[in-house]
Design a protein around this ligand. Structure first.
Ligand code: FES
Length: 206
């Protein structure tokens, strides 16, 4: 039977399309509002996201900043009074905080140096790593030289190679810079640099 409650539609008088929801779905207007709300939430959250990323990657940026100051790093080695005042070489460990992107391990050994203090107060510092292949040299008191146990290189107390004998090291011991201002305060600070072994020129690692 025909539905008599519906009025017939005259040609050219079709009803306007209304924003009626599809059965079980959102309306077009509600979709637009949800998209707009999501966009506003994203914009408002951007500063917090940026701050979080900075905290997350801060160690990476800090590490780059250290490297940007040139090779080596100023490190406190010991007190001045710990260094013998008669030019006898004394070996000291070099400690530094090891930092990767998300961890910091304080006071880790990264090398060793020899310090020599003359009677006039001058301090010399040498990297204890042999320039030939990187073994640690030691002070041989019997001959008053630095001696390498690996291939028998020997060095005078001024770092130069001992002459008149087989010595495979391509260069003298690597001298390191000492901070004169810290010395006045009774502290020994050295700009610690590891150089590539096996070559004549001083080429910093890292
Ligand atoms: S590593 Fe020192 S002589 Fe070879």
């Amino acid at each position: 039977m025909a539905d008599s409650s519906k009025k017939p539609v005259k040609p050219g008088k079709e009803p306007a399309v209304v924003d009626a929801p599809a059965p079980g779905g959102p309306t077009r207007r509600s979709l637009i509002w949800e998209l707009a709300a999501g966009f506003v939430g994203f914009v408002v959250g951007l500063p917090a996201l940026g701050a979080g990323m900075l905290v997350l990657f801060d160690p990476l940026f800090r590490r780059e900043a250290i490297g940007a100051n040139g090779p080596g790093k100023w490190l406190r080695i010991t007190s001045l009074e710990s260094v013998p005042a008669d030019n006898t070489p004394a070996q000291f460990p070099v400690l530094d905080d090891l930092v990767d992107a998300w961890n910091r391990d304080a006071n880790q050994p990264i090398g060793a140096i020899f310090l020599l203090r003359k009677e006039d107060g001058e301090i010399k510092a040498f990297n204890a790593s042999c320039p030939h292949a990187g073994c640690f040299v030691s002070y041989a008191a019997a001959h008053d030289v630095f001696a390498c146990p690996c291939h028998n290189s020997e060095f005078e107390l001024d770092g130069s190679k001992v002459k008149g004998k087989s010595n495979p090291s391509p260069r003298p011991l690597d001298a390191l810079e000492v901070d004169p201002e810290k010395l006045k305060l009774g502290e020994v600070w050295v700009k610690f640099i590891n150089y590539y072994p096996g070559i004549h020129d001083l080429v910093p690692k890292g």
